[in-house]
Design a protein around this ligand. Structure first.
Ligand code: ADP
Length: 226
C-alpha cells in the first residue's frame, strides 16, 4: 500500500468540515481520478496527501509511515517523492522554462551539473525539446502545463498529484495532457488527479473515487458517477 488515509477528517478554522471520516487505500502504480462537484473536498484531500496541510483527526500514511510528524529530513524526502500540478500552473511567468523546471531540483539540493542534464531530459519527456531558454510568458496554456508537469516530475517522484490540471485548457489540449499523465503512470509513477471533467474521466478506464460533501460516495473503475 502506497497511500492510506485512515478516518481522515478536516475541519477548517471557520468550522467548515471539508472531509468527513475518509478511508482510502491507493496502491503503488495506480491511476486514480478524484471526482465530485466543486466544494466536495478534492483539493483538501490532495493537500493533506502531499502535506501542505494536516488533518484535524485521523492519519495519512505514505509507504506505511504516518506523515503527521516528520523530521526535517523525512519532510524533504516526502517532498522529493511528491510532484504536484495545479490548474493555474503556478509558474514563474517571466523566467525561462529551464529555471521553472530547475526550481524543484534546486529545492532538493541536486548538484548544478546534474540539473543541467536532468532538465533537457524531462523536457523531452513532456514534449518540449529545446525550449529551455524560452520565457514561460511566450508559451501557450498547454505548453505551460507541460512545463508544470516537467517541474513536478523532475525528481522522479513516486506520486504525481494533479488538481484540476485541465481546468484552463481546451478539450484537445486537455486530452494531450492526459496522454502525458498516462505515460508518466506507465513508468511506475502513481497518479492522483482531481477533476470534474466527465469527458476525461469517461475516456480513461481508471479508478474513480467520488467525493460529495467531504465523504467518499463511490469508488470504482471506469466512468463518471455523481
Ligand atoms: P473541491 O476541490 O472538491 O472543490 P475543496 O477541498 O477545495 O473542494 O473544498 C472543500 C470545502 O472546504 C469547500 O466547502 C470549501 O469552501 C472549503 N474550504 C477549502 N479550503 C478552505 C480554507 N482554507 N478555509 C476554509 N474553508 C475551506
Amino acid at each position: 500500500m502506497l497511500i492510506q488515509a485512515v478516518n481522515v477528517t478536516k475541519v477548517y478554522k471557520n468550522g467548515l468540515t471539508a472531509l468527513n471520516d475518509i478511508n482510502l487505500c491507493i496502491d503503488s502504480g495506480e491511476f486514480v481520478f478524484l471526482t465530485g462537484q466543486s466544494g466536495a473536498g478534492k483539493s483538501t484531500l490532495i493537500r493533506l496527501m502531499f502535506r501542505e496541510d494536516q488533518p484535524t483527526s485521523g492519519k495519512i500514511l505514505i509507504a506505511g509511515r504516518s506523515i503527521s510528524r516528520l523530521s526535517e529530513r523525512e519532510t524533504v524526502a516526502l517532498r522529493r517523492n511528491s510532484g504536484v500540478v495545479f490548474q493555474d500552473f503556478r509558474l514563474l511567468e517571466k523566467n525561462s522554462v529551464f529555471d521553472n523546471v530547475a526550481i524543484t531540483l534546486k529545492a532538493t539540493e541536486v548538484p548544478k551539473e546534474q540539473i543541467k542534464l536532468r532538465v533537457p531530459e524531462v523536457l523531452e519527456q513532456v514534449g518540449l525539446v529545446g525550449r529551455e531558454k524560452e520565457p514561460v510568458i511566450n508559451l501557450s496554456g498547454g505548453e505551460r502545463q507541460r512545463v508544470a508537469v516537467a517541474r513536478a516530475i523532475a525528481n522522479k517522484p513516486m506520486i504525481l498529484y494533479a488538481d484540476e490540471p485541465t481546468g484552463d485548457l481546451d478539450p484537445q489540449t486537455s486530452m494531450e495532457l492526459m496522454k502525458l499523465f498516462v505515460e508518466i503512470n506507465n513508468q511506475q509513477t502513481t497518479v492522483i488527479m482531481a477533476t470534474h471533467d466527465r469527458e476525461i474521466v469517461n475516456h480513461f478506464n481508471k479508478r474513480v473515487v467520488t467525493l460529495a460533501s467531504g465523504r467518499i460516495v463511490s469508488d470504482r473503475r471506469g466512468g463518471f458517477r455523481l
